[in-house]
Design a binder for this molecule. Structure first.
Ligand code: SF4
Length: 70
């Protein structure tokens, strides 16, 4: 799968710390999101949210469907 680009969906960014979204809070990133599939290789892995079914997301990424859990 291709790597997601900034703006892929849901205000996604590959570097969470660059997000200016109202919901973003320090420390949130794909790597600790409930949708993260924990299969990262070289920093990229699967997000189980349907909006990201066709791409790999960055372990340091973020989108506005972030939910703590992983
Ligand atoms: Fe990353 Fe979670 Fe958004 Fe998926 S749902 S892109 S793992 S923050």
């Amino acid at each position: 799968k291709p790597h997601a680009e900034d703006g892929h969906a849901l205000n996604y960014v590959n570097d969470a710390t660059t997000s200016s979204h109202d919901k973003y809070q320090d420390g949130q990133k794909c790597q600790n999101c409930v949708f993260w599939a924990k299969d990262a290789k070289d920093g990229w892995g699967t997000c189980r949210h349907p909006k990201f079914a066709d791409v790999l997301v960055n372990e340091n990424g973020w989108c506005n469907s972030y939910a703590p859990g992983a």
